[in-house]
Design a protein around this ligand. Structure first.
Ligand SMILES: [Zn+2]
Length: 384
């Protein structure tokens, strides 16, 4: 066993002074371990051993460039090289599980295999394959266009056949697609219902990109598992989400990346839509916190100036909007694991995967601690 000794554990259960033993990629023991079982020791006294971050919403083939649409037309090989680079950066920054919510062809699904078999370094990957969008809808240039319940069902089944771990769709327009309106619904109620039905038949979770209020409600009522962005959430939408048990993935980093980088080459239309969305984001947070909506951490990394190595900034942003430090920790660990259907990561507990970070400060008391991991372990292997 490899013993991380002398530190404190901080996870969703609280803070505890205890050693952590890693064995065969998993947490073999928490607390006292017989001397004879220890063959490697790492002194972590004064430090905090915490679960690795789970980022439930990224785009591995995008690299934070000012105009995301310029990756259009790149070859699949180009997308794949960029994906490998982003995976390594995310892992070194403390992300040990990552979910891609939209990539061309099977680029992200294949990345899952490449990480799992050790071909490239990266967090454990889940991927949706191509996002399902209406003809000409948000993200149509890397998505699977489909109209009407029948076509949507077929589009979902195609992703499942490729091996998708999740199904992603566009319930409203988006910020980065030229001409798309953020407030307007895109896939309608009957199409969303068909999508959820086809995915849930295979026990695969669904995620809906929604900004506008009506689009959020359409998605929640159709039984979607997570609302991505949710910018124009009103009180009624928040209450509906609580009733239906729908997660909110706010992706604050995506908006910040745009509005904090003026004159940096981001198209004017995207800037105007991001300004509009940012104005409403604070209101959405008030409704979500008031109603008690479950929140999972997702960055939308890959969008302008929203880099894969900066995932931990999302926790600080959530706290700025009023989430507690404990709430941010839960969003990025146990809640994110629950949304992804994983029961083996997100806690520092015996039997869990040894997806662990060593932080200089207690993240339950200082949210910025997440931004400087001193050690990163993915399935027990030290990568940083
Ligand atoms: Zn996205």
């Amino acid at each position: 066993m490899h013993l991380l000794e002398g530190g404190q554990i901080a996870d969703a259960d609280g803070t505890l002074e205890a050693d952590v033993a890693i064995e065969n990629g998993h947490i073999g023991a928490v607390g006292d371990v017989p001397e004879s079982d220890v063959d490697e020791r790492t002194d972590v006294s004064g430090k905090f051993v915490v679960p690795g971050l789970i980022d439930t919403h990224v785009h591995l083939m995008m690299d934070g460039r000012p105009n995301a649409e310029t990756v259009q037309g790149d070859t699949e090989a180009a997308y794949a090289y960029r994906t490998a680079d982003n995976l390594r950066k995310a892992l070194e920054a403390g992300v040990t599980t990552i979910r891609d919510l939209g990539a061309p062809a099977s680029v992200a699904i294949d990345a899952r295999k490449a990480v799992a078999d050790g071909t490239i370094a990266g967090p454990r990957v889940q991927a949706c394959g191509q996002n399902v969008t209406m003809t000409g809808g948000h993200g149509h240039w890397f998505g699977r266009e489909a109209d009407g319940p029948h076509e949507v069902r077929k589009a979902v089944r195609e992703q499942l056949k490729k091996g998708a771990d999740a199904v992603k769709c566009m319930a409203t327009g988006g910020v980065l697609t030229t001409g798309a309106k953020t407030g307007a619904p895109e896939l309608g109620p009957d199409e969303l219902e068909a999508l959820v039905d086809a995915a849930h038949a295979k026990d695969v979770p669904t995620a809906a990109h929604c900004h506008g209020t009506q689009g959020i409600k359409n998605a929640v009522l159709a039984g979607i598992d997570s609302v991505e962005h949710g910018t124009f959430m009103d009180a009624e939408a928040a209450e509906l989400m609580v009733e239906e048990g729908t997660y909110w993935v706010p992706t604050i980093s995506a908006l910040k990346g745009i509005v904090e980088n003026r004159e940096a080459g981001i198209p004017g239309e995207a800037m105007a839509k991001a300004d509009d969305a940012t104005e409403r984001m604070a209101v959405a947070w008030e409704h979500a916190l008031e109603a008690g909506v479950d929140i999972a951490m997702g960055t939308d990394a890959g969008t302008p100036f929203n880099n894969h190595e900066d995932a931990a900034q999302e926790l600080a942003s959530m706290v700025e909007y009023g989430l507690s430090l404990e709430g941010a920790l839960e969003a990025a660990t146990v809640n994110a694991a629950d949304l992804l259907g994983l029961d083996d990561t997100g806690m520092v507990e015996q039997g869990y995967r040894a997806d662990l970070l060593v932080l200089p400060e207690n993240p339950r008391e200082e949210v910025l601690a997440w931004q400087s991991p001193e050690q990163v372990y993915a399935a027990g292997e030290r990568v940083q």
